[in-house]
Design a protein around this ligand. Structure first.
Ligand SMILES: [Zn+2]
Ligand SMILES: [Zn+2]
Length: 641
């Protein structure tokens, strides 16, 4: 008998050679029907593979990331089977799972292939899936493997086999298709119920431009048709919400090749929105005891030699800026932290002065390859809502709690109500990788865990994910489409205080090193605005909208009344505009809807005579007529966050 330890810690005894599928069956038939593979001692195995010794076993289903990727990789085999059936003589490269789905690189020879044939392949895959063919694993000798693919004439598989040691090679067969693969796979093709081929492109064999270009076909599969429909819907919705598209339509930001790739230009409306975010954060930070500082966009190379950034990132960064004489060298600021360390050092600090909190909307520049740039989410210059807190070790927990409050306040004001926090700690097996004493690490780690717990954050703890210089807490936000974004990070740092020799005088009159905490609730304003646009589909919360109202005069006669209203609202810090165009009112309303302006104020004869406005709300329609005072009160109530 062997002992099988399950994830809940329970131990069950089975005969040697038991499979994960049989273990699942011994627990429940329902579970067994859903098992796709199993993690045996940390390695993903076929559910049909016999287990010969005491092991820990985790059964994997569609709900596990590793179960899903096994499913999608198995789907790549199914697609290959369909391609071989439809286009005999097709040769195959590699077919891995990716984050959403799978691809296979194939060589169709001289055959022309277009995405119009996707439907035919999808149908074939479904037809083959229905046969519920098992994925059968078979170890083969290198000689036999070479013989098989020589006969088949697949030079790509032969190229792969060349690098594999004899004794390690396995084939997998489902239906009529045999592939070179080390596995694992799902039990049978019957789990695959819905298929969609997404796109195709070219891919050089082994990523080598001097070799043949194969056709890469991307696909995705699901155990239920409804899940595929949901997925397709989300993709369409994501396209509609793409911040690059909406940023243009709403005139928020632009890029110019002349200015330089990856350097966003904020247009007036985008700037208005961004300024509101800045003001919001500044107000909250002042309340939380931060002090605002400003530092230059460049820094002497020596600053970054001291901080260690030059050694670590120098080669892959924008190269130094040289002065005409003197031979000085400056770097574009890649981060604000070293500057803030120097601000800390401008005067002696005592334990009573701590914590000090320096905040700056600091613009930093980081080199990204042009191919990596993407809208506002990957840029070469961006502004962080940065702050550095310098505190005593015993203050870390309190400071974390305060930062958590600030982050949650921010999320609340912006409508992100679905989030989790990840606490990244040291790898306990490998403590020598990290700088700072065991004692300070233990203190900071427990402080972070307790702070998160006391604030009631839904938390996951990841060991080994800390930076070498300190543990951290990251917020993962789920947007309206269920996509996850990392926003907001709080990071302890033992490294920079050491490198910059930061000190404070303790109650014992001795010199001590402060703990430094980096934090940025938005992360970068650019990326944050991108996420926000996609989250709210451009319908910003009223307090953030660059234009909160638009006044639509029914004719030229009411323009003076419109101007008077607009001035009155502006006096109350409510901004908007007037549509002076000589257009029909219906047209004006439609255009305002497209621009997603939250309130439309229609003024005509009746309104002007009674001193009122007819209010329409974006997405909600007619709200009737009210006095300007009533409207003002409503807006003020709505924008008070
Ligand atoms: Zn495989
Ligand atoms: Zn920092």
């Amino acid at each position: 008998m062997i002992n099988i330890t399950l994830p809940d810690g329970s131990i069950r005894q089975y005969d040697k050679g038991i499979t994960s599928m049989q273990i699942a069956q011994s627990i429940s038939e329902g579970l067994a029907r859903n098992v796709l593979a199993a993690e045996v001692n940390g390695e993903v195995w076929d559910a049909s593979r016999p287990i010969e010794e005491d092991s820990s076993v985790k059964l994997l289903t569609w709900n596990d990331t590793k179960g899903k990727s096994t499913y999608w990789h198995s789907s790549a085999h199914l697609m290959a089977e369909a391609l071989e059936a439809l286009y005999p003589g097709t040769k195959f490269g590699i077919g891995p799972a990716i984050e959403t789905g799978f691809y296979y690189d194939v060589d169709f020879g001289d055959r022309e292939f277009s995405s119009e044939e996707f439907k035919k392949i999808e149908d074939k895959m479904i037809e083959l899936a229905k046969t519920k063919s098992e994925y059968i694993r078979k170890p083969v000798s290198k000689a036999d493997a070479i013989e098989y693919f020589t006969e088949k004439g697949d030079e790509y598989k032969l190229d792969l086999i060349k690098d594999l040691p004899d004794g390690s090679i396995t084939f997998y067969t489902q239906g009529n298709f045999t592939d070179l693969c080390r596995g694992p796979h799902i039990p049978n093709t019957g789990h695959i119920k819905a298929v969609k081929l997404m796109s195709m492109g070219g891919a050089y064999w082994r990523g080598d431009e001097s070799r043949k270009q194969l056709t890469r076909i991307y696909g995705v599969t699901f155990p239920k048709a409804s899940e595929l429909a949901e997925y397709v819907h989300l993709i369409e919705e994501a396209k509609k919400r793409d911040h690059r598209k909406l940023g243009k339509e709403l005139e928020l930001f632009a890029f110019s090749e002349k200015v330089g790739m990856g350097l966003p230009l904020w247009l007036p409306k985008g700037t208005a929105l961004r300024e509101r975010l800045v003001r919001f954060m500044q107000t909250a930070q002042v309340k939380a005891g931060y002090e605002q500082v400003i530092t230059p966009h460049i820094g002497h190379k020596n600053l970054y030699i001291t901080s260690g950034h030059y050694e670590k990132y120098g080669a892959d960064s924008f190269q130094p800026i040289k002065t005409p004489q003197e031979g000085e060298e400056f770097l574009l600021k890649p981060m604000n932290c070293p500057h803030h360390c120097e601000i800390y050092k401008t005067k002696p600090r005592s334990y009573k002065d701590l914590p000090v909190r320096f905040a700056e909307f600091g613009t930093v520049y980081r080199y990204e390859q042009s191919g990596e740039l993407h809208g506002l989410t990957r840029v070469r210059g961006f502004t962080q809502d940065d702050a550095h807190l310098f505190c005593r070790p015993d203050q870390v927990k309190d400071e974390f709690k305060k930062v958590i409050d600030l982050v949650l306040y921010t999320f609340g004001a912006l409508g992100f109500d679905n989030y989790t926090a990840q606490v990244s700690l040291r790898d306990p097996e490998n403590k020598s990788k990290y700088i700072g004493s065991d004692e300070t690490w233990a203190l900071a780690e427990s402080a972070i865990i307790e702070a998160a717990k006391e604030k009631g954050l839904p938390t996951v703890i990841e060991y080994g994910e800390a930076a070498f210089y300190g543990p951290k807490l990251d917020f993962m936000v789920k947007d309206a489409l269920g996509r996850k974004w990392q926003l907001g990070t709080i990071q302890v740092d033992y490294n920079l205080p050491e490198r910059f020799e930061l000190e404070y005088t303790g109650s014992d009159n001795q010199k001590h090193r402060p703990v430094m905490i980096h934090r940025a609730p938005f992360g970068s304003l650019e990326r944050f605005v991108a996420v926000l646009i996609e989250h709210c589909a451009g319908n910003f919360p009223l307090w953030l909208s660059p234009e909160q109202f638009i006044i639509l005069p029914i004719s030229e006669k009411y323009e003076d009344y419109a101007k008077k209203l607009s001035d009155e609202l502006k006096d109350s810090d409510i901004c908007g505009l007037i549509d002076f165009r000589d257009e029909k009112i219906g047209r004006k309303i439609r255009d305002a809807e497209v621009k997603k302006i939250p309130y439309m104020l229609i003024v005509g004869e009746k309104e002007a005579a009674e001193g009122k406005v007819s209010v329409r709300k974006h997405g909600a329609g007619d709200m009737g007529s009210m006095s300007i005072e009533e409207f003002k009160q409503q807006i003020i109530k709505e924008i008070t966050v």
